[in-house]
Design a protein around this ligand. Structure first.
Ligand SMILES: Nc1ncnc2c1ncn2[C@@H]1O[C@H](COP(=O)(O)OP(=O)(O)OP(=O)(O)O)[C@@H](O)[C@H]1O
Ligand SMILES: [Mg+2]
Ligand SMILES: [Zn+2]
Length: 351
């Protein structure tokens, strides 16, 4: 089954928890007659940037809007957008497609007319990771934006986006949520799951979330499964540690990684983070200047040859695609598959 965060991802504005000025401003902006050609949504990881970008995209496709102008979230088009399967909405993960090829493709496709919706929407996720050349090409598009096209740039590091790009976007800053909002999110989720927990455990979960909805839901999921409340430190340390140890396993002993699959509840997230890390690693090998290199990647680079990095990269890209486009009922099996693929690559290499 998909993780709580995936299952309870808001499908319309009305479901977003913690509607502050920024979200309300965005809501009126996209429902006005003056929709800007580009919107930058920034905020720390897991605060809902991608979720909100998709809801904005629905605004131009949904034909069953509510009286207050919100999208319905359940019609065929809304569902297709939520599943990244709508022809007029294209999501590009700039952590993976960082270079000029992605930018060229964008340039070629941005001028197409929408086929179904009122606008074509390009969601450039983690857009701060684009290369200089790709930004240049994007700037050209923003200088003379094609009619009926909206670019949504999502980023957790907005200050590293070139200022000339930032200046051409309406900037929506998503803040981490207040404790009271996180509490509401957890209570709402518990109710939907028909579960109940003690107040003190709820307090611990709120405190450990650091104001991040995804972290809160992930910790709740672990708590419901194991009964162990998280400590405040876990929320920050565990994910990075997990990415590091998984990637290390894939390089050293992919079969050992199979044994750890059950320990991880958010397979989609893990694959995404490992893919980002491995992309940085591949670039590190090519000596490309990359501000996203984590120091520990230097250690992993020494563990295996470049062909192994490429094999791992392909396996992770495939897994990422499968998880985002096909949403298999058991995401962990996709992780197992990654390990097995890398193992069989090693076997054939050693023959
Ligand atoms: N404001 C919110 N209200 C309710 N749920 C939320 C909200 N923001 C995020 N979530 C939950 O957190 C999950 C993660 O959100 P999302 O993937 O949109 O974050 P993100 O900012 O794009 O993260 P990243 O920077 O890692 O890409 C969602 O699936 C949803 O369950
Ligand atoms: Mg995102
Ligand atoms: Zn709809």
């Amino acid at each position: 089954m998909a993780s709580l965060a995936v299952r309870y991802r808001p499908t319309r504005f009305g479901q977003i928890v913690g509607k502050n000025k920024a979200i309300l401003g965005l809501y009126s902006l996209v429902n006005s007659d003056n929709v800007p050609p580009a919107i930058l949504i920034s905020g720390s990881t897991g605060t809902g940037k991608t979720t909100i970008a998709r809801i904005v995209a629905k605004t131009f496709a949904c034909n069953s809007k509510k009286e207050n102008g919100d999208v319905c979230g359940v019609c065929e088009d809304c569902v297709a957008i939520a599943n990244s399967k709508f022809p007029d909405v294209k999501e590009i993960d700039c952590a993976v497609n960082r270079g000029i090829d992605a930018a060229r493709e964008l340039q070629a496709k941005a001028s197409y007319k929408p086929t179904k919706a009122r606008k074509r929407v390009f969601i450039l996720d983690e857009c701060h990771q684009l290369t200089k050349e790709a930004f240049k090409s994007l700037l050209k598009l923003l200088e003379e934006p094609p009619e009926s096209t909206l670019f949504i740039l999502a980023s957790s590091e907005p200050t590293t986006i070139p200022p000339e790009i930032q200046n051409r976007c309406a900037h929506i800053k998503i803040k981490n949520l207040e404790d009271s909002n996180i509490r509401n999110l957890l209570l709402r989720t518990l109710q939907a799951e028909d579960r109940h927990i003690d107040d003190k455990d709820l307090d611990a979960l709120v405190a450990a979330s650091g104001g991040t909805p995804r972290e809160a839901l992930r910790n709740l999921e672990v708590f419901l499964a194991t009964g162990a409340p998280p400590s405040a430190d876990d929320s920050i340390a565990v994910p990075a540690k997990q990415v590091r140890s998984w990637l290390t396993d894939l390089y050293q002993d992919p079969l050992a990684a199979v044994a750890h699959v059950q320990a991880f509840s958010d397979a989609e997230r893990l694959v995404q983070d490992m893919l980002r890390a491995n992309t940085a690693l591949v670039l590190l090998r090519q000596k490309v200047e990359d501000p996203f290199v984590m120091p520990w990647l230097h250690e992993i680079v020494t563990m295996a040859e470049p062909t192994v990095s490429s094999a791992i990269q392909s396996a992770l890209i495939e897994a990422h695609k499968t998880l985002t486009h096909y949403r298999p009922p058991d995401a962990r099996s996709v992780l197992v598959n990654v390990c097995l693929q890398v193992d069989s690559f090693n076997q054939s290499r050693n023959k």
